[in-house]
Design a protein around this ligand. Structure first.
Ligand code: ADP
Length: 361
């Protein structure tokens, strides 16, 4: 069952800033879905649209199979939302704040008490439950935010950058908490720009760049993509002879490299697993008679795969633009086209009118 489905979701602020560009995102029940992308990619805008705090300029958002709008507080009650850098009344204590949230949700007082006690323990805040919120650390405030998002026992939990501003141990415990919260009946969507977090907890991952989802799929598939990785060698001897033959190491056009002096950093985009490329590189070193001084395969392969996707996307931007203008010349209006293995869609920016809803966080 689809818990989240956005169709050509587009947000243009003040008719000038394109934050989301025909974004199509699908999240199935039970997934822990990581939305990853650099700052400004459109993650918070996506989340605010998902909870109906922001009206899309164009396109639609469905949550639990129904259209999400500002009026759908019934749908919102089934969602727990943690915004980025949440701030809470500094003079309240975690207990009084969660009581307040429980009352807002219409929970009977005794049920609210039981629930907040369980949650404060789950997020490891029992020891600070009666301190003023203003005195809590960033990590504690984030964990309180997660507890608040869980007060209504939501089917869908949306956490915007839950690990930002946390030290490594805070990040680790937050990720562990998210893992504990996941399960068949609960769907979790988190955004982050920290790939390690996604890798540790997410079943599925979406990469967002400049307001578009440029990759979406299972984490296992992302790992498979990462396997191709990169190989860096530093050599001594006839580096030019070595360089000339680099393009033959992979399928036509599928190898890229950078040369700095006698160091070559090669990225393989072909279909072979990394060990095959390693073998070919070593073979080329042999054949060209150069000496190998240093050999390295990408340390953080997931990160490599992610960056490569972003880079590919940038270069494909030109392709998309020309495909779109070709479609315009043929008079077929906004087009869907298949470029590479993923579907992209374009919007006619000039024709989309901003709904003018101001940023709400
Ligand atoms: P992320 O969460 O990935 O950092 P955001 O969704 O916050 O990205 O922002 C996406 C883009 O939209 C950015 O370029 C940002 O500057 C812009 N943006 C966000 N909110 C507003 C706003 N209220 N007015 C104008 N531009 C905005």
């Amino acid at each position: 069952m689809l818990v989240i489905e956005t169709t050509d979701l587009t947000k243009i602020y003040q008719n000038r800033y394109i934050a989301l560009n025909a974004m199509n995102m699908r999240v199935e029940k039970g997934m822990v879905y990581g939305l990853v992308g650099p700052n400004g990619a459109g993650k918070s805008t996506t989340f605010r649209s998902l909870v109906g705090l922001q009206r899309p300029t164009a396109g639609s958002v469905k949550v639990f199979g129904e259209e999400m709008t500002a009026e759908r507080s019934d749908l919102r009650r089934r969602i727990g939302f943690l915004p980025t850098n949440p701030s809470f009344p500094p003079n309240l204590t975690p207990i009084s704040y969660l009581e307040f949230i429980g009352a807002l949700m219409g929970l009977p007082n005794d049920r609210a008490k039981i629930r907040l006690a369980t949650l404060l323990q789950a997020v490891d805040l029992t020891g600070s439950a009666s301190q003023r919120i203003g005195r809590l650390s960033t990590g504690m405030v984030t964990r309180l935010g997660i507890a608040a998002a869980l007060m209504g026992d939501p089917e869908l939990l949306i956490l915007d950058e839950p690990t930002s501003g946390l030290d490594p141990s805070g990040r680790k415990s937050t990720i562990e908490l998210i893992r504990e919260l996941s399960g068949r009946d609960r769907t979790i969507v988190i955004s982050t720009h920290i790939l390690g977090d996604v890798e540790r907890v997410c079943t599925d991952v979406g990469i967002i760049s400049q307001g578009r989802l440029i990759y979406s799929g299972p984490m296992t598939e992302m790992r498979r993509l990462a396997r191709h990785g990169s190989i860096t060698v530093e050599i001594e001897g006839n580096a030019n002879a070595f360089e000339q033959q680099i393009p033959l190491l992979d399928e036509a056009g599928a190898v890229r490299y950078e040369r700095v002096g006698t160091e070559f950093r090669m990225s393989f985009m072909g279909t072979e697993p990394l060990p095959v490329y390693i073998h070919r590189v070593l073979d080329l070193i042999d054949r060209t008679g150069v000496d190998l001084l240093h050999f390295n395969t990408g340390d953080d392969e997931i990160e490599e795969a992610f960056l490569r996707r972003l880079e590919e996307d940038r270069s494909r931007g030109f392709l998309r633009a020309s495909a779109w203008s070709a479609a315009q010349r043929l008079g077929s209006g906004p087009e869907h086209s298949i470029l590479g293995e993923r579907q992209v869609s374009e919007v006619v920016v000039g024709e989309v009118v901003d709904a003018g809803v101001p940023r709400s966080s």
